[in-house]
Design a protein around this ligand. Structure first.
Ligand code: BTN
Length: 284
């Protein structure tokens, strides 16, 4: 497996600005921390930090993110979107759409999103709803705001490339990797370039026009396996059961409980429950 290299990546990169300022590290505690340091020092929007290994990689809700050295894409991006900080979930959405485009364009794999931040692949032959999907990638969006705008938004992406998923912990969703899905190893440098191009395209849609947030929301919804599904939502010791109906203009998941009440879910673990019918694909 060849190591990622900043000069070679920059030579192949087709973005206008995302990743044009690029750091590739052999090891970091977390790429999120390195980008935050750089942001506080005034680094430009579009800075991308990649690590071959993280010693303290983190995921959502205080979890860790583990990947064998040199096996994956582990990167963080510095963004300053021109949208309300209350819509930060849509930044995650735009980046998810970029990952989906990259994986589909290079490998022909049409993957999906599990709200709010998981990129999942169907797992054939499983019986329960939760086990119908395996997690390929996770996205972590960390923000700081000044008044009603972003000081910075750091989006971290972990994408399992060339590894045996059995080597990874699986707190909620069973993991998968591109090598497991494709039966061969992938070129991570090529994937990194495609991913940055995909993210740049979707980010420009989100942040570049007044209708961007709504466009991003509607594209996100079309790729979401969560909607229409019975779900269990767990947050801060509370538990809600219901059906995931839609995602609102802030990116919150709207869940209807058995009494017909609507709940707006902003940050939580969402588990898909077995569906009464067998179909649970994304909405078109
Ligand atoms: C999740 O699924 O909970 C989000 C995982 C995000 C992991 C990535 S790996 C690169 C970046 N650095 C980190 O410490 N975390 C993110």
């Amino acid at each position: 497996m060849s190591a990622l290299n900043a000069a070679a990546t920059l030579a192949a990169l087709r973005t206008s600005w995302l990743g044009r300022c690029l750091e590739v590290h052999a090891q970091l505690p977390s790429t999120q921390n390195r980008v935050r340091e750089a942001a506080l020092e005034g680094a430009p929007e579009g800075l991308v930090v990649v690590a071959e290994e993280q010693t303290a990689g983190r995921g959502r809700l205080g979890r860790t993110w583990d990947a064998p050295p040199g096996s994956s894409l582990l990167l963080s991006m510095l963004l300053r979107p021109h949208i309300s900080p209350m819509q930060s979930a849509l930044v995650t959405a735009a980046c998810s759409l970029g990952v989906l485009d990259a994986v589909e364009s290079l490998f022909g794999l049409r993957l999906a999103v599990k709200w709010p931040n998981d990129i999942v692949a169907p797992s054939a032959g499983r019986e329960t709803a939760g086990a119908q999907f395996r997690k390929l990638s996770g996205i972590l969006t960390e923000t700081a705001t000044i008044g009603d705008h972003f000081a910075y938004c750091i989006v971290g992406i972990g994408l399992n490339c060339n590894l045996d998923p059995a080597a990874l912990p699986s707190p909620l969703l069973a993991p998968t990797s591109l090598s497991a899905l494709l039966g061969r190893n992938v070129d991570r440098a090529e994937l990194l370039c495609a991913l940055l191009l995909g993210v740049e395209n979707h980010y420009l849609t989100l942040s570049g026009t007044p209708e961007g947030p709504e466009l991003t929301r509607s594209q996100w919804i079309k790729r979401m396996v969560t909607l229409g599904m019975p779900v269990v939502v767990s947050a801060d010791g509370s538990r809600l059961e219901g059906v995931a109906e839609t995602v609102d203009s802030f990116g919150a998941l709207i869940v209807r409980d058995s009494a017909g009440r609507l709940h707006s879910v902003h940050a939580a673990d969402v588990t898909l429950r077995p569906a009464p019918q067998s179909s649970c694909t994304g909405h078109d």
